[in-house]
Design a protein. Structure first.
Length: 253
């Protein structure tokens, strides 16, 4: 007899529950494979599990879609901040801006190396440093830097910052839905295991192939081991012939 294995994906869990609930609901009154409590519990849980899986998929797909747009915002913010710092360094090199004024931007006055902008946090910190520094320098009487102007940098920085907050909120929501789904997966496995145990117990006296077919009809999933012979109608016929050929014991007084 092949061995069974519980589903390991949400879709497979849903299919197993849907199949069992449908078969049990359609069963004749005289062939109640599942007890009433199990069937009622499975029907109630199935609706909850379907809703949670659907909600998670919607959140996940929405996050993937938003992430594509977000990456573009990150790239723009990084490019404008980097470009502005390069223009600032060139102005310092040409003597148009005193190098000491780079302290307003929290930049190293003795180096023209760009700060690290590889992470979201780096962009968040340095974007604000550059905006604050340029505003303070121009307030002190300095001529504003153009191409790009700080207003242009700020537009892309603010767009990035807004999308970053949305991404974090979306990520938090998706993670919470996923955690709830994880708990439901455990419950689903327990319910499916209970259903499968009852189904196998109900059909335990049938011949191997007929038992396998009846159990699979309720959604049980079986796997053959390497080299194991597959069950077929011929398996049952051969077993019936063997039973019929065995001598019967007759008792006498």
């Amino acid at each position: 007899m092949p061995y069974r294995r519980l589903p390991n994906t949400d879709q497979a869990r849903l299919s197993a529950l849907q199949n069992a609930v449908q078969r049990a609901s359609e069963a004749d009154f005289m062939e109640q494979v599942l007890n009433y409590r199990t069937l009622s519990n499975a029907q109630r849980f199935l609706l909850q599990f379907e809703n949670q899986v659907s909600q998670y998929r919607e959140n996940f797909n929405g996050r993937v879609s938003a992430n594509k747009q977000y990456r573009h915002m990150v790239q723009n913010a990084r490019m404008y901040i980097s470009h502005f710092i390069q223009v600032l360094n060139l102005a310092v090199i040409r003597g148009e801006i005193k190098k000491e004024l780079k302290e307003l931007y929290k930049l190293d006055t003795e180096s023209h190396v760009l700060p690290d902008l590889s992470s979201e946090e780096d962009i968040l910190v340095w974007g604000q440093n550059i905006i604050d520094g340029e505003q303070e320098r121009t307030r002190l009487g300095g001529f504003p830097i153009y191409n790009p102007s700080i207003s242009k940098v700020k537009v892309h920085y603010d767009i990035f910052k807004e999308h970053l907050m949305n991404q974090r909120m979306h990520r938090k929501t998706t993670n919470r839905v996923y955690e709830d789904l994880e708990e439901l997966r455990k419950q689903a496995d327990e319910i499916i295991l209970d259903i499968w145990n009852q189904v196998e117990a109900y059909y335990k006296d049938k011949l191997p192939y007929e038992r396998l077919r009846s159990c699979k009809n309720y959604g049980l999933i079986y796997y053959y081991r390497t080299g194991e012979k597959h069950l077929s109608p011929e398996t049952d016929k051969a077993l019936q012939r063997k039973i019929a050929s065995e001598p019967t014991i007759q008792w006498t007084d």
